[in-house]
Design a binder for this molecule. Structure first.
Ligand SMILES: Nc1ncnc2c1ncn2[C@@H]1O[C@H](COP(=O)(O)OP(=O)(O)O)[C@@H](O)[C@H]1O
Ligand SMILES: [Mg+2]
Length: 286
């Protein structure tokens, strides 16, 4: 199978970051954006999944989408609350219009007034709890609409999503049994049902392996001989080491069960990930 290097992944025009809620999609989308921007690509990260981080933007409350410059070569795009309200009435319309907007932003010759041109659009996709429906919306509309502009537009969007040279997907996973199973199923759905190229799987938040096997043996025997706070510390160390080992097993399972290359991202031990931490993660995106 053809596997693009990360710089080639970022050569695509549209990269969709997907996975279950809470796995780190927004973090990975931003890290990919920072990696691309650092390579000189004009990049925009589009958050279509939720609006929890973006309330400050809504104070401007205009209809439509807002493009905001975040750093050198890096923009972010948010959807306004009014937009959600307007499209709530027709099932699927919100998704169709959102994908249409991503597509428009990704056009090298976009015709919007004052429209910025981007080399790369990264989509922080909705959580996949409801399957891959979001990406299938264009096909659904193309099939329903027999003729006319909606059909033509939906077909153009569909053709863009399944174009493996222009559009790619990255799945974010966590090193636990169920999330690994879900990732395997998601890759299959994306590949077989949507026909989008899955170029990467990011195993996120992997604990470091701090202890060697002899270390663990020493800890175990020390644990049996000690009491009090020291014993609690040994047990905590053993518990973390077991967790790291269990994660490695899930990593091995994932690598065996998915087709796309798997890359790991470390768990970052800070109370709240900030741009600096995500910049560090971005260096390991390959
Ligand atoms: N590698 C990591 N190390 C530590 N915390 C992380 C890591 N990746 C994500 N997080 C944290 O986990 C939470 C969920 O991540 P987020 O990217 O918002 O997930 P999603 O967009 O999939 O819901 C956030 O608080 C984020 O800061
Ligand atoms: Mg998110």
């Amino acid at each position: 199978m053809y596997v693009p290097a990360v710089s080639e992944l970022l050569d695509k025009r549209l990269v969709i970051v997907t996975g279950k809620g809470g796995v780190g999609k927004s973090t990975v989308a931003l890290a990919l954006g920072l990696a691309a921007a650092a390579e000189g690509r004009r990049t925009i990260v589009c958050e279509v999944s939720s609006q929890e981080h973006t309330s400050h933007v809504f104070h401007r409350a205009r209809v439509g989408f807002h493009e905001v410059e975040m750093a050198d070569n890096l923009w972010a795009m948010f959807r306004s609350r009014i937009f959600s309200y307007l499209t709530a009435a027709t099932p699927g319309l919100r998704e169709l219009v959102t994908i249409g907007k991503m597509w428009e932003v990704a056009q090298p010759d976009r015709k919007v007034k004052k429209g910025r041109k981007y080399d790369l659009v990264i989509v922080d996709a909705p959580a996949t709890g409801a399957g891959v429906g979001f990406l299938q919306t264009p096909r659904t509309f193309a099939n329903i609409a027999r003729v006319g502009p909606i059909k033509a537009q939906a077909e153009a969007l569909e053709a863009f999503i399944v174009n493996h040279r222009k559009t790619g997907a990255a799945i974010v996973a966590l090193p636990e049994e169920m999330p690994v199973n879900e990732t395997v199923a998601l890759e299959r759905q994306l590949t077989e049902e949507v026909d989008v190229a899955v170029d990467r799987v990011y195993m996120n938040a992997l604990y470091p392996e701090r202890f060697s096997k002899p270390d663990v043996e020493r800890l175990e025997s020390a644990c049996g001989k000690t009491n009090g706070p020291l014993r609690a510390a040994y047990r905590a160390a053993l518990s973390e080491s077991r967790r790291a080992a269990a994660q490695r097993e899930q990593l091995a399972r994932l690598a065996e069960l998915v087709r796309a290359p798997v890359r790991t991202l470390p768990f970052v031990f800070v109370p709240q990930l900030g741009v600096e931490e995500i910049r560090e993660l971005a260096k390991g995106m390959h």
